[in-house]
Design a protein around this ligand. Structure first.
Ligand SMILES: Nc1nc2c(ncn2[C@@H]2O[C@H](COP(=O)(O)OP(=O)(O)OP(=O)(O)O)[C@@H](O)[C@H]2O)c(=O)[nH]1
Length: 305
């Protein structure tokens, strides 16, 4: 239920610290009210409201990743909580009439909190629309067989184009990386071991690559033995590291021939292109060109056939 809470410990400490500071300021600068003057209905109503906002905050932070929208929501609810907290303390401690800070905290923080929360909710709404579209597309992938490669169960090149375009529409230049990964001399493997064995190999390599990706990444079978990996919200350095990890995973893989039981070691190369603002098609072409250049530089090593 609160799987993401550890991501927001600093925000929670900050709000708790501010609430504690407000309590200390009230105790030091105000005067305690006699028991007979405490309005318990107000205490329950205002204290209960403050606790309810604190619970909302825990629920939201417990289910959201860190990021801009979460920050707006936290700020909004944080201000609202502090206003209600001061409102509750007010029931026990009277701030002298000359000091306006208590009044400001009680009355000023609430509209600011509501405005910030509203702003955060608008962005959350937009974010949800975009997530819904992604989910819809994923669902379509399973219904729309044109997009699925039956050998690897990955999306095909047409699915990659579609998803890449959607990703670029909501990304900033420089934050999306596209990796192309191609097995070396796969045609040689097919020739020596048969196309059926080649099919098994492709299937297992696709599973291996999937296991090495993050939750937000997308892998598609672009063509024969070429895989395209879309890395959203990723800088160039991280993209290069992930591409090297994929190469290493393939190179460390000891494929067992289904017919003979023989072990085959694979070699592979990658090409990575960082999105510079061009169209999805141009980005794919650039990633393919980088891959081809790397192939030429490496010279082709034979797949262990
Ligand atoms: N087993 C199998 N082979 C396929 C499939 N689709 C394409 N191929 C074969 O994959 C091979 C791809 O050949 P190339 O593009 O030259 O790749 P390569 O031999 O790895 O060459 P380099 O990448 O330059 O090392 C061809 O022999 C195709 O017939 C498939 O679904 N299953």
């Amino acid at each position: 239920m609160f799987t993401h809470l550890h991501l927001h410990l600093r925000k929670l400490f900050l709000i708790s610290g501010l609430a504690l500071a407000a309590l200390v300021a009230n105790l030091m600068l105000g005067n305690s009210k006699p028991f007979s003057q405490i309005d318990w209905l107000d205490v329950v109503g205002e204290g209960g409201s403050a606790m309810a906002v604190a619970v909302w905050m825990l629920l939201v932070l417990g289910s959201r990743p860190a990021g801009r929208v979460t920050n707006w929501l936290t700020l909004g609810m944080g201000f609202m909580f502090l206003a209600m907290w001061q409102d509750s303390l007010d029931e026990f401690i009277k701030i002298p009439a000359g000091q306006m800070w208590g009044k400001w905290l009680e009355s000023g923080a609430m509209p600011i909190g509501i405005a910030l929360l509203t702003y955060g909710l608008v962005h959350w709404h937009r974010e949800q629309i975009s997530i819904n579209q992604q989910l819809l597309k994923r669902e379509r992938l399973f219904r729309e067989h044109r997009f699925t490669d039956h050998l690897t169960h990955l999306g095909r090149a047409n699915y990659l184009r579609q998803q890449l375009q959607t990703c670029l529409n909501s990304s900033q230049v420089g934050t999306t990386q596209l990796v192309m990964l191609d097995l070396d001399n796969f045609s040689g493997f097919n020739r020596v071991n048969g196309v059926r064995e080649g099919d098994y190999l492709l299937h297992e390599v696709s599973e291996l690559l999937l296991l090495n990706l993050r939750a937000q990444d997308l892998i598609c079978r672009y063509a024969a033995d070429r895989f395209a990996i879309l890395l959203p919200d990723t800088d160039m350095e991280t993209g290069q590291r992930l591409a090297s990890e994929l190469e290493l995973a393939v190179q460390s893989f000891a494929y067992k021939n289904k017919q003979s039981g023989e072990t085959h070691y694979l070699s592979t190369g990658t090409g990575i292109a960082c999105w510079l603002g061009e169209s999805a098609e141009e980005l794919i072409s650039r990633a393919n060109r980088v891959l081809e250049q790397h192939k030429c530089q490496r010279g082709l090593r034979a797949i262990g056939a």
